[in-house]
Write a protein that binds this ligand. Structure first.
Ligand code: GLA
Length: 721
């Protein structure tokens, strides 16, 4: 059936279980976009061929349609700035998981080619699209625009939801109507690309986005570098959506026979609202993108907020003993362990000198790994391989390895000395690969690496690239980064690697194929995390979102939040701790110990389950609530966070979602601190009741007469007969 509808006249039907994308591909003519949305029947497919206008090019190119926005724009070797692309052939490749359709186009005059690819997954509603550009012209073709994809979206009442933010405030959500003019979401950091904006968006077609209903298009650009997402709302019936590499200061000189491949744009469509689109991104992400997406993550303690740079053997041993005693499975030693000539005492020096500082750690890394073994846990370590400081042996030996323009002074970053290594240079790629490879060769028992990146490209200039190709810096940096990552993954597929980039600077599906998780933010304040994790969960699954219990007062906000609330928030992601356990009371340690034990039980539901966001903190009605449900819908975890505290406050009751209406579920509260169990503890309710009414959650905790201002609940639901 697939084949017959696929070949229908000149129509190309690209489909997943619930989605269709239709193109018109007449040989010798421009490739046209016809339809994207809900899956079409053969009948509908037949009819829309006659009724849909197919007005827009599927991959518009500049030159003969100059008044419109385009995806591709070049200057040919002879100076001509126009393109006229015509379909040459259509090919289809079927692998186990997906069918990839490739439409090859050739310019009508020039030996200039574009392949447009669509990879449609069989078991998840996701289509990835990207292009490959090449030519046989005598000389260089200069590419000035090279989007990955274009999608027309029918006007109506379309809203765009996207994430913005800053250091310490990543993943903030905004949902706004698309109005006439151009809406651009861009990144120019050069290294990290998800602090100030995100390369993913959702379009709700039926007005302001709702969590669990409404037609929704989701789009995620899978790219680690600078990007541009653009929606042009012009005088036509459509919004015109483009996504790809940010071309600013990055025009590309394409040599004869060189293939320029754009990063993939992943597209999904659902009728189940924002959460429905998130479930599609999460499933696709875990199955096909995220490193080790089907392996449960360990509960860890990271040393950063506990000791910062004050690493020493005794301190590390104490932290390992403490996390082991609370049931944790892994200890990660953060920054401050390295540097021989220039010991890393603060952020002013030593990046690049990845030799252990024996004054701090006389028995070296092996000593710590042995200690971890003794405590029955695994050991992990922090590195920042793409960077150096001007105060380092690496910089002394290779001053030409840093990104810098000739004749200009260095612009210095963190600590007044940090600079970025030039990953366009293969020698630097070898070095970066070597940072991980040397550690893993010497210490094969290392279980986890936190890979940080704390600087932007501030100086445009490469010592490696030729003077004609200086504009390739941003693109070649990320090609180099990807090559190094690919080598690491080929050799160490099972190693857990966290993408940290001054917090949440590397939450992107172009990064995550090489990383198991990312650090959501350097801000560990549980209240602010409710907001950040909410937004981040639009596109990324809980298994990838590192979420740590930290100290009170919080080190970033100074806010004092009860441990119970801090635990409950961290437990909605990949649970960890980032605290000095030495400073915790026995009571606090016991709460954490209990929470870790509870988390281990619900871990498969949180990390592998389907998300249903129920009440947004951005609605500012005093509560935020979400839940995870197993694919079988037999188990679920429900989270409820009070985000404001007033006397005699009236909060809404939260209907649940994602359960089976006709099945019964038993309710059990996790992380209980109240003297008495909830009235519904152990009670059984139908899915229908829970999804129509929810449960009446008490607004406050009752702990020996005290009603602290923060309250939160975690409920475990299990199907019973
Ligand atoms: C960055 C990271 C932090 C920590 C420090 C160490 O800021 O985001 O988590 O690792 O570097 O210097």
């Amino acid at each position: 059936m697939m084949l017959s509808s696929y070949l229908l006249a000149q129509s190309i039907h690209i489909s997943t279980k619930n989605m269709s994308l239709v193109l018109n591909a007449q040989t010798g003519k421009e490739l046209k976009f016809v339809y994207f949305g809900q899956k079409l029947s053969d009948q509908d497919l037949n009819s829309i061929e006659k009724t849909e206008a197919a007005r827009f090019a599927a991959y518009p190119a500049y030159g003969l349609n100059c008044t419109q926005e385009n995806a591709l724009s070049v200057q040919h070797a002879d100076g001509n700035m126009s393109l006229e692309m015509a379909v040459q052939s259509v090919d289809k490749k079927d692998d186990n998981h997906a069918v990839t359709t490739t439409i090859t186009m050739k310019d009508k005059v020039y030996p200039f080619y574009v392949k447009v690819n669509y990879k449609a997954y069989k078991d998840v509603d996701m289509i990835e699209t990207w292009t490959e550009v090449n030519h046989g012209e005598k000389g260089i073709v200069m590419m000035t625009e090279f989007a990955s994809a274009y999608l027309p979206i029918r006007k109506g009442n379309v809203y765009i939801s996207h994430l913005y933010g800053a250091w310490g405030n990543e993943g903030k959500l905004v949902c706004e109507p698309l109005t006439p003019g151009v809406k651009e979401i861009i990144n120019k950091d050069g290294v990290r690309n998800s602090h100030t904006a995100h390369a993913e968006v959702m379009f709700s077609l039926d007005g302001e986005a709702k969590e669990n209903e409404g037609r929704m298009i989701g789009a995620a650009l899978c790219y680690s570098g600078n990007y541009r997402l653009k929606v042009n709302t012009d005088e036509s019936e459509y919004h015109h959506f483009f996504a790809g590499i940010n071309e600013d200061n990055s025009w590309y000189n394409l040599k004869k026979d060189e293939i320029f491949t754009t990063p993939a744009l992943a597209l999904t469509y659902t009728k189940e609202g924002l959460s429905g689109a998130s479930r599609n991104f999460h499933k696709w992400g875990r199955e096909y993108k995220l490193a080790n997406g089907n392996t449960l993550r360990k509960v860890l303690l990271n040393s950063w907020e506990g000791v910062y740079f004050n690493i020493n053997e005794e301190g590390m041993d104490q932290m390992m003993a403490d996390i082991a005693s609370m049931g944790g499975e892994l200890f990660v030693m953060d920054d401050g362990w390295f540097g021989v000539k220039y010991p890393r005492k603060n952020d002013h020096s030593s990046l690049g000198d990845w030799e252990v500082d024996k004054t701090k750690l006389p028995h070296g890394i092996q000593g710590l790994i042995d200690a971890a073994k003794k405590h029955g846990i695994k050991f992990g370590i922090w590195i920042e391989p793409e960077m150096t400081n001007t105060v380092s042996e690496l910089y002394e030996q290779h001053p030409d390895w840093v990104i810098k323009a000739p004749q200009r002074d260095l612009v210095l970053g963190r600590g007044g000395t940090q600079v970025v290594l030039d990953l366009s240079n293969p020698a630097v790629q070898d070095f970066v690969f070597g940072v991980v490879d040397n550690l893993m060769t010497k210490y094969p028992d290392l279980d986890y690496i936190k890979w940080d990146a704390n600087a932007s490209i501030m100086n445009h200039g490469s010592n490696y690239l030729t003077k004609d190709n200086q504009s390739h810096l941003y693109i070649d940096y990320h090609r180099g980064f990807e090559k190094a990552c690919q080598r690491i993954r080929a050799k160490y597929p099972k190693l857990t690697i966290q993408a940290c980039a001054s917090g949440g600077g590397r939450a992107n599906w172009g990064v995550l194929p090489y990383f198991d998780e990312f650090w959501v933010s350097d801000d560990t304040d549980a209240l602010q995390r409710v907001y950040m994790q909410w937004g981040t969960s639009y596109f990324f699954p809980a298994i990838a979102m590192a979420s740590h219990i930290s100290a009170a007062p919080n080190h970033q906000t100074g806010r004092v939040i009860p441990l119970k609330f801090r635990i409950d928030v961290a437990m909605s992601g990949r649970l960890g701790m980032e605290i000095q356990p030495k400073n915790m009371t026995e009571n606090e340690k016991n709460l954490c110990k209990n929470a870790i034990a509870e988390y281990k039980n619900i871990r498969p539901i949180v990390q592998m389950g389907d998300i249903y966001r129920l009440q947004s903190p951005y609605n500012h009605i005093g509560i935020s609530s979400l839940m995870y449900v197993t694919p079988e819908k037999d188990k679920a975890v429900f989270y409820w966070y009070k985000t404001e505290h007033f006397v005699n406050q009236h909060l809404p009751r939260i209907p649940m979602a994602g359960l089976k209406a006709d099945k019964n579920y038993k309710v059990h509260e996790l992380n209980r601190i109240d003297a008495h169990p909830l009235v519904f503890e152990g009670q059984v309710f139908s899915g229908e009741y829970l999804m129509s009414n929810g449960l009446e959650i008490p607004y406050n905790h009752r702990v020996r007469g005290v009603q602290p201002d923060y309250s939160s609940r975690v409920l475990y639901l299990e199907e019973v007969n």
